[in-house]
Design a protein around this ligand. Structure first.
Ligand code: 5AD
Ligand code: FES
Length: 306
């Protein structure tokens, strides 16, 4: 409708002064699908017994980054479930090796909630950025979507700790999750205005049939795009990824996001043989592809949309 189109145009225009038509690429390595957390929407939470679990070794992670470096990526996002295998000592060693091996790179970690001390030593070892979606700024909805042992307050605390330590921080939320209302989404917008993160990942909730939330409706393309556009207007300088979840929901979901203010894409550089095991939602795109294929695919898609 007319109002939505108007919003989308304004949001596209809002990024131009800062970013023009550029799209930033970050190579994503999914390092482990072990997870001790209980996000009820997520297909790799600890209660899901139908997943084969894997974790990558330090050498495997570095090999993924090496291929990514060769493909031109200069930011590596190391993402995984909350897996106690990845101790501070392990990660410090890995970060130091990555930083020594590759010139001019940035390393982004996305490994969930850790202590202030842990975030601190990882920062000192070379981590530049940290992605930790707040998931929802509504305490009621947070508690509905997560296991009883998880804490809304701790998640918020982690985000403020990361900021205080000087990380570039990525927050983010899902759109269309079970029982989410517009009021909840307004809370996300107000929270983002206050936190002022460098990045914000926004994707549709995609219902996974092996989770406790099986049978719920997924989020829609339009409502997710509206939230991307609103966040662009509220945080005009933020990095906003056109998320894989949007690309999974709709063939052109990511391209549509770029047209309403998104300016980042995170092509997968995980080993192809592990990709389908990192099934946070079903029918995830790129699981049969190689890093080289995703590199080519992403470029073609971005160019096709100007
Ligand atoms: N649908 C959409 N997004 C999901 N995530 C996890 N499970 C799902 C799902 N079923 C998102 C969460 C998490 C990010 C890595 O993926 O927001 O932070
Ligand atoms: Fe992976 Fe298109 S981005 S196949």
């Amino acid at each position: 409708n007319y109002d939505t189109e108007y919003l989308f145009q304004k949001a596209y225009q809002a990024k131009l002064p800062y970013y023009q038509k550029r799209v930033f690429l970050r190579g994503l390595v999914e390092i482990s699908n072990y997870c001790k957390m209980g996000c009820r929407y997520c297909g790799i939470n600890y209660k899901v017994h139908t997943v084969d679990r894997y974790r990558l070794s330090k050498d495997e992670i570095i090999a993924c980054c090496e291929e990514g470096y060769f493909l031109g990526y200069r930011t590596f996002v190391l993402q995984g479930g909350e897996d106690a295998f990845y101790t501070d000592a392990f990660l410090v060693d890995m970060l130091q090796e990555l930083k020594a091996k590759f010139n001019n790179i940035r390393v982004t970690l996305s490994l969930g909630e850790r202590s202030y001390e842990s975030y601190k030593v990882l920062k000192e070892a070379g981590a530049d950025r940290y992605l930790l979606r707040h998931e929802t700024a509504s305490k009621r909805l947070y508690e509905h979507l997560h296991a009883e042992f998880m804490s809304f307050d701790n998640r918020m605390k982690c985000l403020y700790n990361l900021k205080e330590l000087g990380y570039q921080v990525g927050a983010g939320f899902m759109v269309g999750s079970p029982t989410q209302t517009n009021e909840d989404l307004v809370k996300d917008l107000r929270f983002l205005k206050e936190l002022n993160p460098e990045m914000c990942g926004i994707g549709p909730y995609l219902c996974h049939s092996d989770t406790e939330l099986a049978g719920n409706d997924s989020g829609t393309l339009t409502e997710t795009l509206i939230m991307v556009a609103l966040v662009r207007l509220i945080l005009p300088k933020a990095l906003l990824p056109a998320t894989t979840a949007l690309g999974t929901l709709d063939k052109l979901g990511r391209e549509n996001a770029l047209k309403v203010g998104a300016n980042v894409m995170m092509p997968n550089i995980s080993p192809t043989e592990n990709r389908e095991l990192y099934e946070i939602y079903q029918n995830k795109i790129c699981t049969g592809d190689t890093s080289v294929q995703c590199r080519g695919c992403i470029e073609t898609r971005i160019e096709a949309f100007g």
